[in-house]
Design a protein around this ligand. Sequence first.
Ligand SMILES: *[C@@H]1O[C@H](CO)[C@@H](O)[C@H](O)[C@H]1NC(C)=O
Ligand SMILES: *[C@@H]1O[C@H](CO)[C@@H](O)[C@H](O)[C@H]1NC(C)=O
Ligand SMILES: *[C@@H]1O[C@H](CO)[C@@H](O)[C@H](O)[C@H]1NC(C)=O
Ligand SMILES: *[C@@H]1O[C@H](CO)[C@@H](O)[C@H](O)[C@H]1NC(C)=O
Ligand SMILES: *[C@@H]1O[C@H](CO)[C@@H](O)[C@H](O)[C@H]1NC(C)=O
Ligand SMILES: *[C@@H]1O[C@H](CO)[C@@H](O)[C@H](O)[C@H]1NC(C)=O
Length: 434
Amino acid sequence: MRIKYTISIVFFVALVIIEKENNIISRVSDKLTLKQTPQTPLQPSSFSHILPKHNASITPLKNDSAFTLMKRRLENYSEHQEVMTRGRKHILLLATTRTGSSFVGEFFNQQGDNMFYLFEPLWHVEKMLTLDTGGTNATASAKAYRNVLQQLLLCDFSQLESFIDPLPVDHITTALFRRESSSSLCEESVCSPFVKGVFERYHCKSRRCGPLNLTMASLSCLQKEHRAIKSVRVRQLETLRPLAEDPRLDVKFIQLVRDPRAVLASRMVAFAAKYKNWKEWASGGDIPIDDDEVRKLKGNCDNIKMSAEIGLRRPQWLRGRYMLVRYEDIARFPMRKAAEMYRFAGIPFTPQVKSWILKNTQASKDTSGVYSTQKNSSEQVEKWRFSIPFKIAQVVQKVCGPTLKLFGYKFVSSEEMLTDKSVSLIENKVFNVL
Ligand SMILES: *[C@@H]1O[C@H](CO)[C@@H](O)[C@H](O)[C@H]1NC(C)=O
Ligand SMILES: *[C@@H]1O[C@H](CO)[C@@H](O)[C@H](O)[C@H]1NC(C)=O
Ligand SMILES: *[C@@H]1O[C@H](CO)[C@@H](O)[C@H](O)[C@H]1NC(C)=O
Ligand SMILES: *[C@@H]1O[C@H](CO)[C@@H](O)[C@H](O)[C@H]1NC(C)=O
Ligand SMILES: *[C@@H]1O[C@H](CO)[C@@H](O)[C@H](O)[C@H]1NC(C)=O
Ligand SMILES: *[C@@H]1O[C@H](CO)[C@@H](O)[C@H](O)[C@H]1NC(C)=O
């Protein structure tokens, strides 16, 4: 009996090696080599926790023909699994505000019929969890963000629904934030008949649709080969570790960063009311380094840096799943960087994306609107240097110094250097983590 179990384990391990291409199987093998010894027969329970969605009916081995049976079942299983997730990728584009994430998100939004793209679904979660103080409980929101993202990547909108205000009725909502920014939510199959007199703030621009039916969105999502979500709300990459380890997902994290000095300059324009203090400091007076606003800036920089450090350290759970991209590189070499992102994600770079990039990275007369993604992106990269005073740049350098260093943003030592266009502040840096 013992010999037989030993043989079966050896056989199984061999099978696993053959099947190494298949993510799921190799994960199973990891668990098995840890947990199974020849004395313990393979129990269905040792699979059930790894394969929660399946009744993978792998029974204890009873006799010789069990080898064949098991082999066939495994083949059956991996075939089934392949049909479900053959090459399916789940992309999370993680950024902070004013880093060009809407623009970069379009690289995936424009992919075409194979992609289900969502723009800032966590907006609802953050809004719902905002406390009277104006902030959120970082622990509680991180958990909610993770759960909602995990479900959405599986095309399940139910948790998100519970955060939409007003609560959707029969899975119908007129309140989904920036619906029109996800082409997936405005395509034919997700477009219910237009209803006269019903106001939907973020209605589709590409066609006239009625309020969003989230069941239709979910069904459409399930049909798509790949899924992508962009978010500026996740603070720590590590909080998303369970997604990387979910065998139902093949998650690719793309962290988008930008020079914190440029981000601040951009926020002072885009969120003028919130950045009132900075504007005052810009026009005169000393900057109190222990001010709440300055501390917040430091907190943001530290979070971004910590996430990147984890990614660049390549822990086992992130291997092949993390890519760091600087906005400045995308703005200067959009086509090249987009191609790199697609290569990293393991998704074909479509002609639609290419033509969108060509159209949208050249000088455009119409650049109105703070969320506009239509800009001469090369020019955009350096603009901030003429919009913030040197002393503000100095404060950012002081509190975000390690972040600037990590990403290769050069410090400026004088007003002249700040505004000298012949001096680039972007060091060439390759973040090789593949
Ligand atoms: C798994 O098997 C159990 C018991 O046989 C059954 O009740 C359940 O519906 C099955 N689940 C699925 C997803 O097939
Ligand atoms: C041996 O395995 C086969 C399935 O391949 C099964 O039909 C048969 O009943 C098993 N025999 C014993 C003695 O367990
Ligand atoms: C494999 O799948 C086919 C159909 O999907 C089924 O008829 C067959 O019994 C399965 N074989 C095993 C060993 O589970
Ligand atoms: C934040 O939320 C967590 C769990 O949701 C709770 O344990 C903790 O006390 C909260 N922290 C604050 C400061 O409210
Ligand atoms: C929403 O879409 C689903 C799937 O197409 C449909 O069954 C349901 O009736 C729709 N809901 C409403 C209220 O029209
Ligand atoms: C974009 O701006 C840069 C810098 O000002 C300029 O060199 C370039 O020609 C512009 N691109 C287009 C397509 O106009």
